[in-house]
Design a protein around this ligand. Sequence first.
Ligand code: ZN
Length: 477
Amino acid sequence: MKKTIISVLAAIITFTFGYSQTFSDISVRATLEEAGDTTHKMQIYPLLFYVNHRIELENYDSDTLVLTLKKGDYNKMFKDFFFQELEVSLEKEGTPVVLEYFFDGEQLKIPIEIKNSVVNVSYLFQSDFGMKNSSTTVLYLTPFMNEWHSWYFVNDDIPIKSLTVNVPDNLTFYSNVSSVKKGNIYELDVENTTADPNISLYFLDNEYYEKKTFENSGVKCNVQLLKGVIVDTIQHNMKDSIIVYPDNRITTDYEKKVKETVNNSLKHLVSIFGVENIDEINIVEASLSLELDNDSIYTWGRQFNMNDKQSVILIDTSYWDKNSVQHELVHSFDAVSVPKTDSSHYFFSESLVEYLSLTIKYGSEDKIDSVFQKILPKIDKMGYEIDSLPSIFTATENLLNLAGIGNEINIVIYQKVPLLLHNFAKEVGYERFVMNLCKFYHIANSEKMMNMQLFEKYMRQGIAISDEKWRLFIKSL
Ligand SMILES: [Zn+2]
């Protein structure tokens, strides 16, 4: 592989907001700058977004336009770093007139003298992702995850009308909003989303990836295998320059392991869920971990739907060796969601998914036992006792985030409840319990309904469990 100094990437995004007659457009241009060209920009990440937000006001009934950034732990402190070169202007007879504004990292307040006017807000955006993720991930994956860090300003009275993203050929683009691709332009369907849809964009640098496609039971699976990153120092213009370039970590064995994992999991999942909800799954490998203050490492992954029947999974490379890939794959197949307002939300949306993924990955009582035997001492070391942890049905928020807080409820969701499910399975007969669980998922997905009654109905089938025993089991979760 020829060593190159970070090359240039470019992307253009255009946004339109609309509220009755009041609407706005945002256009974003992303570039990957030459290393060293930082004379007027405090740039630490390769991909920069130049954002232009055009707001067309008609009979606007306030003298101040307030735009808000909803998420961003560091915004208040580092607003000039994330939102550089912020400028606000008013279009007056076609000429821009620079406006004064107030920006505290959360709110942008713009005085509006004319009720019918066009206001332009422009800035250079950098994601705080690099501060939330260790390693060189930002070199090949640039996520603009609005739920973690707002990359665009919102006004709840001005819903987003349209959004287009221009993606250059050297990048692969994913978003949690469905889109139509026309050439290099992605037109995102934001009209049917809520006022604050948390539009997230993800860009991969193709140079760092090898795309492999597997097909199983009619489901296409694109796996973006990460080549890895080499960071090196060379003499450039008589001085030391840091260069980065793709590694070559994908071996034939690695590829084989990935293919086997994907195929085995898909075979299993198709037999439970069928293929009604899914056509295509995109799995993207990356280094997704963060060192927390307490010396532990937080590794994360996520699943979202890009288009109808098209799922995207972001995983840490270590996920192939655990049941975490299967966990995200279950999310791709399971189309039934229990509302967040329901007390069983986290039980169904995460704990049960986690247990099903364990049964898919390990396939036997003993193997799952050994997984828990490794987890339990860790929980103990953190000072938690399984029996005294809160009930899953009181969980209102999956608090684990990149600040590393919310360990307790996270342990309940991903460890305590799956463990209790497994203990109960062993008590009543593992094979039958897992068979019932698969049947429950099959029925729930064909009836598009998931609740505790349906769960009880199928889980107790063919197993002698008294009402009292079942009640105590559910209560223990
Ligand atoms: Zn999950």
